[in-house]
Write a protein that binds this ligand. Structure first.
Ligand code: ZN
Length: 163
């Protein structure tokens, strides 16, 4: 989402799932390559134990809370680092990620506080009744049950002005 690890004063970690997601995008994948080859960004898989801890915690928070496998891996890696005596901060604007992190006593920060070059404000919305939801709050519209879609915030705002 535009985070540039080379501009940060501390070690950065990510998971292989994120590398995979960024491969298609020129800007982010360039920064990813630059950061990993300089050693600034470490790509690491979380332990199975922590993955299970995160999934279990997410379940106790209710089925409305949606964590993608990538989100789960990011939180699990932070949990591993915490167990190793580090003091990790999860960087995410995702509502579900922040909630689960809080439950696990993990610190999180939104991207906006870190000086981001490009920031995409995603919004989840119902294509049938146009209600909007925070990221990760729910997969289906709680009013009409339609599967939610995701759009950059600006586009959704523009579309609503037209109609
Ligand atoms: Zn709806």
């Amino acid at each position: 989402m535009g985070l540039d690890p080379s501009g940060l004063d501390f070690d950065c970690y990510s998971v292989p799932e994120v590398t995979e997601e960024l491969r298609q995008q020129t800007g982010p994948s360039f920064r990813l390559h630059a950061s990993t080859s300089s050693g600034k960004l470490k790509i690491q898989s979380p332990t199975k134990t922590s993955l299970t801890d995160v999934s279990d915690k997410a379940k106790t928070l209710g089925d409305k809370l949606v964590l993608s496998p990538t989100d789960t891996a990011v939180i699990a890696l932070a949990l591993d680092l915490l167990k190793q005596g580090e003091n990790p901060v999860i960087v995410s604007d995702d509502y579900a990620v922040q909630n689960v992190a809080e439950e696990l006593s993990l610190t999180y920060q939104s991207l906006a506080t870190l000086g981001i070059r490009e920031k995409y404000n995603w919004v989840y919305y119902c294509p049938a009744c146009f209600r909007q939801y925070p990221t990760g709050a729910t997969q289906d519209c709680t009013v009409c049950g339609t599967r939610l879609k995701r759009k950059p915030l600006d586009k959704v705002a523009a579309k609503q002005r037209d109609s």
